[in-house]
Design a protein around this ligand. Structure first.
Ligand SMILES: Nc1ncnc2c1ncn2[C@@H]1O[C@H](COP(=O)(O)OP(=O)(O)OP(=O)(O)O)[C@@H](O)[C@H]1O
Length: 274
């Protein structure tokens, strides 16, 4: 078994998940270092969420070795790892009661629970909750119930909650899913600020869309059908050729002002009026 390297927050060696005889993802070998911001990109069903769930210490690999924050999954106490990881996902969002007050939702993350469970929190915690909400442009939502927020507001509140514990690793599973153009752009702007903050944690963002990659992200892991198409520095991995391979179509990629844009190139002979 490989020795844990203290500079590697995620260190997967030939990690693979199999369910009912079917391989969902893997084998994947992947390393995330302290100051890196990764995008995990790929089509539906490529295995992105499965891989992220290992990084979140939610599932163990069927085979291979997964070190997360220097601990070997399967040996480490998962309960000790979780507070060191900030996670947002649709699964987590679905567990939040509609009448949960936003400020309680954020402050309770520091105690590893969902929702307010103490009558009193320390002033330092409530101040930090306000600060993290503010950093996501969501401080005005503190007294609202979670169920009354728009999708974009929910996403920002959930990221604030994930940051509340000052995590060493931030995992964002499709944070822009379901947002309209304005909501997406607002979120990308907030994530750009976060990525460019030298104190921000190592981050992994899962998405299907290159348009959602915030400037400042450094690396990309491109998946297809559970396997790795390419991984490494963002600009090296994000090429028309690699995207065409991952999405099984001819994709043209452009970059403008630090943002990526992708479209399918027209197949000659198609769309012609007879
Ligand atoms: N518990 C399970 N049992 C069987 N198959 C599963 C299970 N969980 C996921 N899968 C399958 O594994 C594959 C990878 O799923 P995963 O959710 O990791 O992909 P994804 O890249 O995140 O997809 P999407 O972009 O659609 O969210 C899919 O084909 C999915 O149907």
């Amino acid at each position: 078994m490989p020795e844990p390297d203290p500079d590697l927050l995620i260190h997967f060696t030939d990690v693979l998940i199999r369910r009912s005889g079917v391989t969902l993802v893997g084998p994947v070998s992947w390393q995330v270092e302290l100051d890196e911001k990764w995008v995990v990109l790929g089509p539906n069903g490529a295995g992105k969420t499965s891989l992220l769930r290992i990084a979140a210490a939610e599932v163990h690999p069927t085979s291979g070795t997964a070190h997360v924050l220097g601990e070997v999954l399967g040996k480490a106490e998962v309960a000790e790892l979780r507070p060191r990881i900030g996670l947002t996902s649709a699964a987590l969002a679905s567990r939040i009661p509609a009448d949960e007050k936003v400020s309680d939702l954020v402050v309770s993350a520091g105690y590893g629970v969902l929702g307010r469970w103490r009558e009193q929190y320390d002033a330092v915690d409530t101040d930090r909750a306000v600060d993290t909400l503010e950093s996501l442009g969501a401080e005005h939502l503190a007294d609202r119930n979670f169920g009354t927020l728009s999708e974009g507001e929910r996403k920002r509140v959930l990221i604030a909650r994930a940051l509340m514990t000052d995590p060493e690793l931030l995992l964002l599973d499709e944070p822009a899913a379901g947002l309209d153009l304005g909501g997406r752009e607002e979120l990308v702007a907030r994530l750009t600020d976060l990525a460019q903050d030298p104190d921000s944690p190592a981050t992994v963002l899962v998405t299907h869309h290159v348009e959602e990659i915030p400037p400042g992200f450094t690396h990309c892991l491109l998946l297809k059908e559970g396997g790795v198409v390419a991984q490494g520095l963002l600009d090296d991995v994000l090429t028309s050729q690699n995207l065409s391979s991952a999405f099984s179509q001819s994709i043209a990629l452009t970059k403008d002002d630090g943002r990526y844009f992708a479209r399918r190139t027209r197949v000659p002979g198609r769309h012609r009026h007879r």
